[in-house]
Design a protein around this ligand. Structure first.
Ligand SMILES: [Zn+2]
Length: 425
């Protein structure tokens, strides 16, 4: 089986000149994107048809070859990097027309634009691992730290500035052997805020907290408001905040990778809740005529939801399972925290506090941790679906933890005030 594999953990050590050039490329990319967008917008206002990517590519060649001083500097930038921008622009239009994206493409601001460029022609770059360098178009050989061995045939390279370093990511086509997953168990997980994920086999993934980094960041953000905007001291603080951001992201990424790598070895089928994180974490602010309720609490909850990185965890499990020969399934999480696993009585009152599940059916009185119950319910739901029945028939078995002791295994006792409300959204 051939798969696309990305190697994203190598960084570049460009010389001063190279770094200036790389930033210049990023500026030119922004210029091309904004110019193409303004042409399309003007055509739209005049009621004309869209120019389209092929015609815009020809326009780009003209801008590059024209002696006009307003665009001739584009000549110094690798053409593929600029063509990539146009692909992205028209891709954004496509997604907007299909309804996958709310806004049409927007103009890129210097302060917001991502610094980086992509080379998608394998002939234009060369990776020299033994001499620790990589050849990029118009830049020459750039020194590089190899922290990751690159396998397979490279398809494209992307260079980007992550706030602290220049990162080189390489997309490769890798041949992997078709493998059969060593285990034959099915497990279901339930996403939460206090516990990141609770699995039905009893494994609890705690949230990734970075209190030191977040306190530091908050401190710098406070000092920022006493400084003149865009002064050199303001820029220094901004730089520190960006470094912390990249550090926080690295910690989260590292922990998620470590967990998913070990966990996907133990189960052949992993069932996860199908969450629409965008609608879960939508703001409760409302409008001025109709202000929302509990805006502050919801915003805190949204922060917690986004911090959990549920989507990223699912994505990593998905591709690691694919390589190991297992699968990841998604199913809706509806009612998973309301059904009693003992007498299957369904009521929103069953979950009266954040972490306790207490059945309100008069002759049941079942008690357990609510996240454990939700995970068990998710597993039961999957096993009764068509796919689950088929898997059970072909020799797979469910992995269940005996949770009927009613004891919680971790001491997380933080409150999540309106999680229920968010789950219904
Ligand atoms: Zn019950």
């Amino acid at each position: 089986m051939q798969v696309e594999k990305g190697f994203t953990d190598n960084w570049l050590q460009p010389t001063g000149t190279q770094e200036r050039l790389m930033r210049q490329y990023a500026g030119c990319k922004r210029f091309v994107s904004n110019r193409a967008l303004s042409i399309e917008q003007a055509r739209y206002r005049r009621g004309e048809k869209k120019l389209g990517s092929a015609q815009m590519m020809r326009e780009l060649t003209m801008w590059r070859n024209n002696p006009d001083p307003h665009s001739s500097f584009l000549k110094d930038v690798p053409v593929l990097a600029l063509q990539c921008v146009l692909w992205e622009l028209y891709d954004s239009y496509q997604r907007f027309f299909k309804g996958e994206q709310i806004h049409p493409p927007q103009f890129k601001r210097k302060s917001k634009a991502k610094v980086g460029f992509t080379e998608s022609d394998p002939a234009s770059f060369e990776i020299d691992e033994s001499n620790k360098r990589v050849r990029l178009p118009k830049l020459g050989w750039v020194k590089r730290r190899f922290t990751q061995h690159i396998e397979g045939k490279p398809n494209s390279v992307t260079v980007k500035w992550n706030g602290a370093r220049w990162i080189l990511s390489v997309q490769c086509k890798v041949e992997i052997a078709d493998s059969k997953h060593p285990s034959n168990t099915i497990v279901a997980g339930d996403f939460g805020v206090v516990r990141r994920v609770t699995f039905s086999d009893g494994v609890v993934v705690p949230p990734i907290d970075v209190p030191w980094e977040e306190n530091r960041k908050a401190f710098y953000q406070r000092t920022l408001k006493n400084k003149t905007k865009f002064s050199s001291n303001w820029k220094k603080v901004q730089q520190k905040i960006r470094k912390l951001d990249s550090r926080i992201a690295n910690i989260r990424k590292d922990k998620t990778h470590k967990f998913t790598s070990t966990y996907c070895k133990s189960h052949a089928v992993i069932v996860l809740g199908d969450l629409n994180i965008k609608s879960l974490s939508a703001s409760a602010a409302g409008t001025t005529e109709k202000p929302g309720k509990k805006v502050k609490q919801k915003s805190r909850l949204n922060h917690a939801i986004l911090r959990q990185g549920w989507g990223e965890l699912g994505r990593l499990l998905e591709y690691k399972q694919l390589w190991a020969g297992g699968i990841v399934e998604y199913q809706s999480e509806a009612y998973s925290s309301q059904d009693c696993p003992k007498c299957s009585y369904r009521s929103p009152l069953n979950r009266n506090s954040q972490d306790m599940f207490e059945c309100v059916s008069p002759d049941c009185g079942f008690k357990a941790n609510s996240d454990d119950v939700a995970a068990a319910n998710q597993l039961r739901k999957f096993l009764s679906s068509n796919k689950g029945v088929a898997l059970l028939a072909s020799g797979y078995r469910a992995s269940v933890n005996s949770l009927w002791s009613g004891q919680s295994r971790d001491s997380a006792s933080k409150q999540e005030p309106i999680e229920e409300a968010a789950q219904c959204a």
